[in-house]
Design a protein around this ligand. Structure first.
Ligand code: ZN
Length: 80
């Protein structure tokens, strides 16, 4: 008995989706047990920076976690 396996591989081109705005969020981690302030989702980095400065001015909090999330598209390519 013989067994033949045929494996097909395909290329996938993954690219940043230029039509979608990145999503940016800042969270105050100065005291994680007591401060849950967040900037909310923003598309402009300048807006997040301004909101952090405002929160720091009001509270004296000095440590923040910033995240930026983008979108990707996938285009199937050649089999090989
Ligand atoms: Zn805070």
């Amino acid at each position: 008995m013989s067994v033949r396996k045929t494996m097909r591989f395909r290329d996938y081109h993954v690219r940043t989706d230029a039509t979608a705005e990145p999503v940016r969020v800042a969270v105050c981690v100065t005291d994680e047990e007591h401060c849950w302030w967040t900037s909310g989702e923003r598309t402009r980095a300048d807006d997040v920076t301004a909101l952090i400065a405002k929160h720091a001015n009001e509270t004296g909090h000095h440590c923040y976690r910033r995240t930026a999330t983008d979108y990707a598209t996938v285009e199937p390519g050649d089999f090989h």
